[in-house]
Ligand binder design. Structure first.
Ligand code: ATP
Length: 369
């Protein structure tokens, strides 16, 4: 096992800078997840750690060894891809033992290792089958098993669950976490799926356009995102972000009024007429009730009036997609499962003002809290 350290890693493809000055260190035995939208550079980072691609600039260490220029096969890392890439003509047992046989391990070690790995992934009953006789989930477990059987120093996983259907993905995700708890190999996992990132990671690295946006524990990043990109990327449904103008103790939000919390006024020292972006998660907005159009006048100060556009019952809760009236500002609200409303309804909602975020409208940086 080993730690993995990237120091100022940059990767250019002719005129495209895919990765720019990335620095982080994954301590020995931890499970880190690289997450970000398509094209942010996640796979390129993983491929550089694997040795399948080289950095244009910077240093990469596995353990204490500088591995710039060390070929992939000498790095002692195992990589599992989205497409399982099993050897189709070999049985499961032969797939699992392939790496060990290449390293000329003795037959007793191979047999023991294959049996242990197969047991831990619940594929012992499949050892004599060929890959095409397996389901997608079973194939993926064999691919993981093949990597684990080698007992690499570092385990690299590139979207390993994305070919599985939703139910199997949830199950395999949990198995993967248990597996890591058992074997404890340093693991770096790439995904664009924020649920996988939140559920699996010791630490999440959020990437956008080839740069690190934030590194931290899942709950910390969710509670204290560094900027609007991170705030809206982690969390489903996403955080609502909308423009507001400070007019002294209150915000104007598309013609409606929202009180500005004292703590926020004290911390930010906003100037009158200053425009900022406010953020609030759907679970921090509460529906007070339906209102008729005349009721808007009586609406209290700390509430907003929305028009419902789509109602999505999700079983455990209901997602109410809506707009501020007479505005294209979208506010999604997480309502109780038994909430009944319809598109076109006007609702009054209350924001938990303690949960407000303020973003710089130009840079996207968090200004508050
Ligand atoms: P996805 O989730 O879609 O797989 P990603 O975050 O893994 O995306 P990368 O595959 O690492 O992103 O690509 C990062 C950037 O580098 C993209 O803009 C991509 O177009 C570019 N890129 C990757 N490989 C090459 C290449 N061989 N030549 C030119 N540009 C490349």
């Amino acid at each position: 096992m080993a730690n993995v350290r990237l120091e100022g890693i940059t990767r250019k493809f002719e005129d495209v800078t895919a990765i720019e000055g990335i620095t982080f260190e994954v301590p020995d035995g931890q499970f880190w997840v690289l997450v970000g939208p398509s094209g942010c550079g996640k796979s390129t980072i993983l491929r550089m750690i694997a040795g399948l691609e080289s950095a244009t600039d910077g240093n990469l260490y596995i353990g204490d060894a500088l591995v710039n220029g060390v070929p992939a096969r000498q790095r002692d890392v195992a990589m599992v891809f989205q497409n399982y890439a099993l050897y189709p003509h070999m049985t499961v047992a032969d797939n699992l033992s392939f790496g060990l046989r290449m390293r000329k391990a003795d037959s007793t070690t191979i047999k023991e290792r294959v049996e242990t790995v197969a047991r831990s992934l619940d594929i012992s009953h499949l050892l004599d089958r060929k890959p095409k006789q397996l389901s997608g989930g079973q194939q993926q477990r064999v691919a993981l098993g093949r990597a684990i059987a080698r007992e690499p120093k570092v385990f690299l996983l590139d979207e390993p669950l994305s070919n599985l259907d939703a139910q199997l993905r949830d199950g395999t995700r949990a198995e993967l976490k248990q597996l890591h708890q058992r074997v404890g190999i340093t693991t770096i996992y790439v995904t664009h799926d924020q649920v996988e990132a939140m559920t699996l990671a010791d630490q999440i690295v959020v990437l956008n356009r080839g740069r690190i946006q934030q590194i931290g524990e899942p709950q910390d990043i969710y509670a204290k995102p560094a900027n609007r990109m991170v705030a809206t990327f982690l969390g489903n449904p996403s955080m609502n972000v909308f423009p507001a103008t400070y007019t002294g103790e209150v915000f104007q939000v598309s013609g409606q009024v929202l009180p500005c919390p004292i703590a926020l006024q004290t911390q930010l020292q906003l100037t009158p007429a200053q425009t900022i972006d406010l953020g609030i998660r759907p679970e921090h907005i509460e529906i007070n009730g339906l209102i008729d159009s005349e009721g808007i006048e009586d609406n209290k100060n700390n509430q907003l009036v929305l028009e419902v556009s789509v109602v999505e019952p999700l079983g455990r809760e209901t997602l109410v997609r809506s707009n501020l009236i007479a505005s294209d500002i979208v506010l999604n609200v997480q309502a109780p499962a038994n909430w009944r409303g319809h598109p076109g309804d006007r609702i009054s909602v209350q924001l938990d003002l303690d949960k407000l975020f303020v973003f710089d409208p130009n840079t996207g940086d968090v200004l508050y809290p």
